[in-house]
Design a protein around this ligand. Structure first.
Ligand code: ADE
Ligand code: ZN
Ligand code: ZN
Length: 262
């Protein structure tokens, strides 16, 4: 009898555990923290002081995962759709039908509006600044500007080495985790870029960046099919894009923050 009971307990445990695992993190913690860390290097003095004051000294890397930390809390359900934007492939954000519940682009604009609103409460400024740091990261994850039909690749089941996963998760975290660097190591080892290159990357609007990320999503979708076994070769072909998107995300997050605290 005792062993039957323990099997039941084990089954219940496995069900709970697998349902927790089903909830995808965006970019994964390491990706978001890398973007926060890179951004810190490009903040102007005034921005740095303003951000530190709002965040009570917490780093951008630390708060970058906030958007995902609150996802499992039902009170924050209204922010769920802010983590992604789906435009039909080949259609620009400007021309696409908008999600009435909000999306990555409108979410970012809302965060910016609250942060510069002199009448906003301190608590709101904290909340929306943390969200902004997170969402600029999501904006650079190709699968967050993916197709609605497959929930940004979440429905495209593939294998990562010998483990089941999906294409969304491969881009959020499987490649980054396989690379096995900490976020500080990833930030430190991002490509050395000139001041001119930084300026070039910082050009454009949130909408331009969403449209640009869609071009990478199209490439990512073409890189795999349902059931594919992905591994070393996939890393070799695609991890360069992951690294450059993390760098772009960081450099552009700094630009967005610098513009807010002029
Ligand atoms: N996560 C859940 N739904 C999504 C979608 N449609 N696109 C991207 N990420 C998602
Ligand atoms: Zn994600
Ligand atoms: Zn997210």
């Amino acid at each position: 009898m005792k062993s039957v009971k323990s099997i039941y307990i084990l089954i219940i445990f496995l069900i709970i555990f697998s349902s927790l695992k089903a909830d995808n993190l965006d970019w994964g913690a390491t990706g978001h923290r890398t973007i926060g860390e890179i951004a810190t290097h490009y903040l102007k003095g005034k921005t740095k002081r303003a951000v530190l004051e709002i965040l009570d000294g917490q780093s951008l890397a630390l708060v970058s995962t906030f958007g995902d930390d609150i996802k499992s809390d039902k009170r924050y359900n209204e922010f769920y759709t802010w983590h992604y934007v789906n435009m039909p492939f080949g259609m620009k954000y400007e021309d696409a039908e908008k999600n009435p519940d909000g999306d990555l682009v409108s979410g970012i604009e809302k965060c910016k509006a609250v942060i510069i609103d002199e009448n906003a409460s301190k608590a709101d400024k904290v909340f929306y600044l943390k969200m902004l740091v997170h969402l600029i990261g999501d904006l650079h994850q190709p699968m967050h500007v993916g197709r609605n039909e497959d929930k940004g690749g979440n429905d495209i089941q593939v294998q990562w080495f010998n483990r089941g996963t999906n294409l969304h998760r491969v881009w959020d975290s499987d490649m980054i985790n396989h690379f096995d660097m900490t976020y500080t190591e990833l930030a430190e080892n991002s490509d050395k870029i000139s001041k001119e290159q930084v300026k070039f990357l910082q050009k454009g609007t949130i909408v331009d960046w969403a449209n640009e990320t869609q071009t990478f999503a199209i490439k990512a979708y073409a890189s795999a099919e349902i059931g594919d076994k992905l591994g070393y070769n996939y890393m070799y072909e695609n991890f360069g894009l992951v690294r450059s998107q993390l760098q772009k995300g960081g450099v552009r997050l700094a630009k967005v923050l610098n513009d807010l605290f002029i």
